[in-house]
Design a protein around this ligand. Structure first.
Ligand SMILES: C[S@@+](CC[C@H](N)C(=O)[O-])C[C@H]1O[C@@H](n2cnc3c(N)ncnc32)[C@H](O)[C@@H]1O
Length: 440
């Protein structure tokens, strides 16, 4: 059944939102706010419907031709057919809408820090491998993989490396892992890039047995000497792409990043922010806005390998960095050493477990949780610890709004900003600086 729908808003996730003639809300992928579209109603629930975009009757002038031939087939990008400024405007709209609906907080305006690079910005790409030894990405809402020669948001050099790798893997007839039948060996290939020009190549296999690994590594290294490290990660878990013990096949097993202030060594399985220039701006914003005077005790929850912790340590008295990944904690300690910072302690722990037993008081708490946010139990503990300031870094506006609503009982927003870490996609990264209300 076809309907004509006016798209009023955008949902977090990138779909356009409109109303069917009866008033029921409908989500339409690929349609933008301000457009009149013809949709095929695919499914209807009691309170909303899902529609397929059939035809754009009236389009917004900010539409453009996507520079990528895989767009709408590959599940990676959402907005390649939309001018960058308009992407930012829509992200702002989505973020403010989430805060208003979930946290009951109405922002009058919001600053967005743009990404200096619209394309080729991603530092880490995780590739699926097809049986013909080509590489690609999952389609949206599907396990099917679309083969992609050159991804427009990845560093250009990745395409060249993959071309050679495809021939090499095929030459050695490396069995590609079949996720349905749970047979085969090679699950993923991952490339990490540093603006210094270094590259790290990672093979993720189902089992330990990868006897051709060293030979393949040496052939690839010969062709691309700038590949500083080649690593073999063994991961039997099919739900998570990059996790597990690893062996270094070539090089020293780390990739180096250098911000204006600190240097970081990143091991293959540790988290590192994906857009270098935006990450640096985000660290600068958070640490400056916390207005540290050198006497504070700071807790950095979900610290990773110290992206925020090191700068916080340079500006305060002492930092406790809490992180659950063993590899990241080890890297964090090494990074503190490399940067000559002694006033920082990395603790390997689950954030909630740590909060449940901590006795110390903190002047400042910084938190940068995964997409699930931090949750009511941990927020309750933070409210009890009652730091003067909180810096909340979020990669999911929905869970951020849920957590923020609870924090607003005792805190007020001093500053809040979006950092466009992921141009062309619906993802929204934000930083909020909260300060304790005077009388609490
Ligand atoms: C979004 S990353 C942020 C890392 C770091 N702040 C940075 O900017 O590089 C989230 C981090 O939280 C860690 N993590 C995930 N769940 C955790 C938990 N329950 N307790 C502690 N750390 C956790 C992950 O290993 C990851 O390093």
């Amino acid at each position: 059944m076809s309907e004509i729908v006016y798209i009023e808003k955008m949902a977090y996730g990138g779909s356009g939102i409109g109303k069917l003639p009866g008033g029921k809300v409908i989500f339409v992928d690929g349609a933008y706010p301000g457009e009149l579209v013809e949709v095929d109603v695919l499914s209807e629930k009691s309170d909303y419907a899902i529609g397929n975009l059939e035809k754009i009757v009236e389009k917004i002038p900010e539409r453009r031709t996507a520079k990528c031939p895989y767009f709408r087939n590959c599940g990676g990008c959402n907005f390649l057919d939309l001018k960058y400024e308009k992407q930012l405007e829509f992200k702002k709209m989505v973020f403010m809408d989430q805060l208003e609906r979930i946290a009951e907080l109405k922002l009058n305006d919001l600053y967005i820090e743009k990404s200096p690079k619209e394309y080729e910005y991603r530092l880490k790409m995780e590739y699926s491998i097809l049986n013909d030894y080509s590489f690609g990405f999952k389609m949206k809402n599907s396990h099917k993989v679309v083969s992609v020669k050159n991804c427009i948001i990845a560093p250009k050099v990745f395409g060249k490396i993959l071309e050679k790798l495809s021939l090499t893997l095929s030459h050695f007839k490396i069995p590609i892992y079949n996720f349905k039948r749970k047979k085969g060996l090679l699950k993923h290939v991952i490339l990490r890039y540093s603006p210094s020009g270094e590259v790290m190549l990672i093979f993720v296999t189902k089992s330990e047995y990868f006897k051709e690994g060293k030979k393949i590594a040496s052939l690839i290294k010969k062709e691309f000497p700038f590949i500083k490290s080649i690593v073999h990660v063994m991961n039997s878990n099919d739900k998570i792409v990059l996790r597990g013990p690893y062996k270094v096949l070539s090089g020293d097993g780390v990739i180096n990043y250098e911000f204006s202030w600190e240097k970081f060594q990143v091991p293959p399985t540790a988290f590192f922010q994906n857009n270098f220039h935006v990450a640096e701006k985000m660290v600068e914003f958070l640490t400056k806005k916390l207005d540290l005077n050198g006497n504070e005790i700071v807790l950095d929850l979900f610290s990773g390998l110290g992206t925020f912790s090191l700068r916080l340590a340079a500006l305060s008295k002492f930092v406790i960095a809490v992180e659950s990944s063993h590899v990241s904690v080890k890297a964090g300690r090494a990074n503190a050493n490399i940067n000559g910072l002694k006033n920082i302690k990395f603790i390997e722990a689950d954030a909630l477990d740590y909060l449940n037993q901590v006795k110390e008081k903190f002047d400042v708490i910084v938190l940068d949780p995964p997409r699930a946010g931090i949750g009511p139990e941990a927020i309750k503990k933070i409210l009890e610890l009652s730091p003067q300031k909180i810096g909340y870094v979020s990669c999911n506006p929905t869970t951020f709004a849920r957590d923020l609503k609870l924090l607003l009982e005792k805190y007020e927003i001093e500053d809040i900003r979006i950092f466009d870490m992921f141009p062309q996609t619906y993802h929204i990264e934000s930083v909020a600086i909260l300060s304790r209300k005077n009388n609490l």
